[in-house]
Design a protein around this ligand. Structure first.
Ligand code: PXL
Length: 279
């Protein structure tokens, strides 16, 4: 059985980060260990003003030291929302202790969306995240995070394929072998991802339906599913297809329930579809 660790926050209510990753990768048949980076009453999205935040940075080195004594093998180390600038350094140390020739380091550089930082993030954080990305096999930024990592203007809409290819090459120069850029859309009807493998020089893309609206937590659903599919041994092209198709499935399933489920997609009712997709 494969084993991964998911390093990100627990938003106690809000269906994102660990509360999405844990059920998704477990359902894919992967033993999922967690390192919670912070405990929040909810995620920080607008509508949840007044959320509580408890930082767990100081617990991480102790958890790592205990796991080292247990000689735990990890097939992938996956990171998402990291709670603070200081935490990035500690996660970087965790990579140094647990990375091997065989395992995968997958970083979702969660920092923002729609051209803006999420609450609590700033340029110092982006600068530190840029350094962390050097250690990754795969990074999964959205277009906003790509701009923040490269310290440049957010492209918004109206870019073309050449622009995205150039962005991918420059992102890969930060050091990761593979860059998977999410939320790419060249027309109103489709949205998907484009990726670049620095070692082979290959670009690839996969698009699905563009569903108008904003759906919270889809980045976390996508990154958990992609990480799971890679650890299961699917090649990058197939893993991207599974992750995009599952994310779109979750969004379609949420359509018509957005009033009640504005804070996160209803991925729970789609888990059965995911299990079929990886058969
Ligand atoms: O979905 C990304 C995410 C994860 N964790 C927390 C967040 C967000 C996005 O807003 O607030 C706490």
């Amino acid at each position: 059985m494969k084993r991964i660790v998911s390093i990100q926050d627990i938003s106690c209510f809000g269906k994102c980060s660990l509360t999405a990753a844990l059920p998704i990768t477990s359902a894919m048949g992967i033993e999922t260990c967690v390192i919670p980076t912070a405990v929040l009453s909810t995620h920080t999205g607008s509508g949840f003003e007044g959320y509580t935040y408890h930082d767990l940075t100081s617990d991480i080195p102790e958890i790592a030291a205990h796991w080292k004594r247990l000689n735990l093998r990890l097939d992938a180390i996956c990171t998402g929302y990291l709670g603070s600038f200081e935490q990035i350094k500690i996660v970087s140390d965790f990579f140094d202790s647990f990375m091997t020739k065989e395992n995968l380091i997958i970083i979702d550089p969660v920092m923002g969306d729609k051209g803006k930082y999420y609450a609590g993030f700033d340029d110092n954080f982006a600068h530190e995240m840029r350094k962390l990305c050097r250690k990754a096999d795969v990074i999964l930024p959205n277009l906003t995070e790509a701009a923040l990592l490269l310290d440049e203007e957010y492209a918004g809409e109206g870019y073309d394929e050449e622009y995205i290819k150039n962005l991918l090459v420059r992102l890969s120069a930060l050091g990761s072998k593979i860059v998977v850029l999410t939320g790419v859309s060249f027309d109103d009807n489709s949205q998907g991802v484009m990726s670049y493998n620095r070692e082979t020089g290959e670009f690839s893309s996969y698009f699905s339906d563009n569903i108008p609206g904003y759906f919270h937590s889809t980045g976390d659903v996508f990154s958990a599913t992609l990480s799971g599919a890679l650890v299961k041994g699917f090649n990058m092209g197939k893993a991207i297809k599974i992750a995009v198709d599952f994310t779109v499935d979750c969004i379609k399933h949420t359509l018509g329930h957005e009033k009640e489920h504005w804070y996160g997609v209803m991925f729970e009712e789609c888990i059965g579809d995911l299990i079929e997709m990886i058969k």
